[in-house]
Design a protein. Structure first.
Lengths: 457, 195
């Protein structure tokens, strides 16, 4: 199914008014996967049970077909009333949908402007403090070495992440939160999709890219979970359980405990040059670029490359590979910062083994350029022309923990060691085909305080 | 937009750059290809069609590279550089007389201190085959040097390796380039050395 330019433009216009535009195709192109029966609603907003399947002998989490992030600023001054109204609406959504992809996942995250301007005194007392970094868990946005100067650092009050296999559920939630409630002014809508290829059939990203006429769409492997050709949601590569909670690993002081069960969320939009990736990097180079140099036993065409605790790179190995080859892999560079260096026992007694991944990613592919809707289209350089990209969403125990991971991706290790490559050099592969357009950090309160946190104090 | 530009280009430029493969190498182009075959003392493949707006006249308006190495391997490159925003159209023909192995290219990784050099296959990421007029060509998607960012067809004939490639760049999309290469393949005629 090839979407004509006229039809796509129609979709984009509809998107600005709240329709889903091109993303309605997702439901026509791929049936919803079978999902395990959901348990009770967890105390954490970011924990979302998704189920898993085997892919090329590796357990992978099956992401929701649809994801959407809506950002907004506040239009109200009476936070107590707004808190009541928002919580009532969220409660109604909880009652209407099961807390899994067959129903709906709702994560309400709050930006630094909210805490600085709406609840500054309470924030000083209650926002958790990262002892390791000696700074609050919510830090101002920044650019990273491989970011262009044009990367926009955003200042939204709130972001709501909506996840579901059903577009109708997401649309109903967005309408309830942003149209029926009159407390937010939407600044952007960001839409996308993932997965759909684990059954051996053509995946959603490939179908959607072809439908939108994205340059390089034909080059995407048929069953690829994401545009860049490798499975991103293998279970061992995602933080398990409550590991991304502020309190779990012990380096964050949750102070009064108000945000116990909360986490940090980073949101960015990254455009991907698929032709540059697939026409300049052969399969072997794509493997060493995505994972690490020297990874030579990967079957040609493989998409799921095991990244369990025994497969990860240490900083010493990374440095040695870099010295020998002049390059480093995406996963290998991040792992010294993103995996546990020793066993850790969480406050609830859960043992997290050495090598376990900390970040919990919720990223999804998109055709937004850069968003489906923007209240400031000139600043955001909004375009109707679809582009391949990813809305990157990740939960870490703190903003500094995210920054450690992201800096490592650019060759800056947690101990300050720098692997000297140019900011967008081919030697760090992935970065040379990625362009980050927007970034913002958020704090995700526990579910009990998700509505206007601290406003009641 | 790329597709629109390509269509506009196609509409504006008449099909002067094509000929029937049954009629052999087009008369306007033949002398150059014959001279090449004579120079390397080996057969070469002459196209009978070229993507708009190119022709395949060696020494003509679109010739970009006309190079023969000491080992008699050649690179003939035709390029229209669209300075006015129409995009680039770039087609390369190569031949390696007396050898069929995929050649090796040098890679250079620039690091903070000194560049690290390596070797890699000049044509990689094979993605199926195309067959026409007795030629069974392998499609390569990742290619080096003058064929970087090109889709390339490579085939063997009587102990020699031949290639044709086109750059994936506006106004031609990947899909259009694949079609162009199919049409190029279908129109290739062998020109044998004289004398």
């Amino acid at each position: 199914m090839r979407l004509t330019r006229r039809r796509f433009l129609g979709g984009a216009a509809a998107a600005a008014l709240g329709g889903a535009g091109i993303y309605e195709l997702v439901d026509k192109l791929t049936p919803a996967p079978a999902r395990p029966v959901a348990g009770p609603v967890p105390p954490e907003q970011h924990v979302f049970h998704q189920g898993s399947v085997q892919s090329e002998g590796v357990e992978v989490v099956v992401p929701p077909l649809h994801s959407e992030v809506v950002t907004a600023i506040l239009t109200v001054d009476d936070l107590h009333a707004a808190q009541h109204d928002l919580e009532q609406t969220l409660g109604e959504l909880d009652a209407a949908y099961s807390p899994d992809p067959s129903g709906l996942g709702v994560t309400v995250a709050w930006g630094l402007p909210y805490f600085l301007h709406r609840v500054p005194a309470q924030a000083k007392t209650h926002v958790p403090f990262d002892r390791r970094a000696n700074k609050p868990v919510l830090v101002p946005e920044r650019r990273f070495p491989s970011d262009p100067d044009a990367t926009i650092l955003e200042h939204n009050d709130v972001a709501v992440l909506l996840r579901s296999d059903s577009l109708d559920h997401i649309e109903a939630a967005r309408k309830a939160l942003f149209e029926d409630l009159h407390i937010f002014h939407m600044t952007s809508i960001r839409r996308g999709f993932a997965g759909g290829g684990f059954s051996g059939k053509r995946s959603l990203p490939k179908k959607m890219a072809i439908a939108a006429g994205i340059p390089g769409a034909d080059l995407i492997p048929d069953t690829s979970e994401l545009f860049l050709g490798f499975t991103s949601t293998q279970k061992a590569g995602l933080g398990p359980g409550l590991i991304a909670n502020h309190e779990t690993l012990g380096f964050v002081d949750v102070r009064s405990g108000y945000f116990h069960g909360g986490t940090h969320m980073h949101l960015s939009h990254i455009s991907e040059d698929l032709e540059a990736w697939y026409l300049n990097f052969d399969f072997d180079e794509r493997v060493l670029t995505a994972f690490r140099p020297g990874l030579t036993k990967v079957k040609q065409g493989a998409q799921t490359v095991r990244q369990g605790p025994r497969d990860i790179s240490t900083q010493a190995e990374l440095a040695r590979q870099f010295k020998q080859t002049g390059r480093f892999g995406h996963s290998a560079s991040i792992q010294p910062a993103s995996r546990l260096l020793q066993d850790v026992v969480g406050p609830d007694g859960t043992v997290y083994r050495k090598g376990t991944s900390i970040p919990q990613r919720a990223d999804f592919n998109t055709l937004d350029n850069p968003f489906a809707f923007s209240a400031n289209p000139a600043r955001d350089k909004l375009s109707d022309e679809p582009v391949a990209g990813v809305h990157f969403v990740v939960f870490n125990p703190s903003g500094d923990d995210f920054e450690r991971n992201r800096l490592a991706m650019d060759g800056v290790m947690p101990d300050g060691t720098k692997l000297e490559v140019g900011p967008r050099s081919r030697a760090q592969g992935f970065n040379s085909v990625l362009t980050t357009t927007h970034r913002q950090n958020f704090l995700v309160p526990p579910r009990r305080h998700r509505s206007f946190p601290l406003a009641e104090l | 937009m790329a597709g629109v530009a390509a269509l506009a280009l196609a509409a504006l430029v008449p099909a002067a750059s094509s000929a029937s493969p049954s009629s052999g190498c087009p008369a306007a182009w033949k002398s150059g290809w014959q001279a090449l075959a004579n120079r390397i003392q080996a057969p070469v493949y002459c196209p009978t069609w070229m993507p708009n707006p190119l022709d395949a006249k060696i020494g003509g308006d679109y010739i970009d590279i006309n190079s023969v190495a000491k080992d008699r391997s050649y690179l003939i490159s035709f390029l229209e550089h669209g300075d006015l925003g129409s995009g680039d159209v770039h087609v390369n023909f190569r031949g390696y007389p007396g050898r069929t192995a995929i050649p090796t290219c040098t890679t250079v990784v620039l690091t903070g201190k000194k560049p690290i050099r390596g070797k890699t296959a000049c044509f990689a990421d094979a993605a199926g085959t195309r067959t026409d007029r007795g030629i069974r060509a392998t499609v390569y998607r990742v290619n080096q040097d003058a064929d970087q960012w090109h889709i390339l067809l490579a085939w063997r004939h009587k102990g020699s390796l031949y290639t044709v490639s086109q750059h994936v760049i506006q106004p031609y999309t990947y899909r259009q380039v694949v079609k162009n290469l199919d049409r190029l393949l279908a129109g290739l005629v062998l020109v044998r050395p004289e004398g």
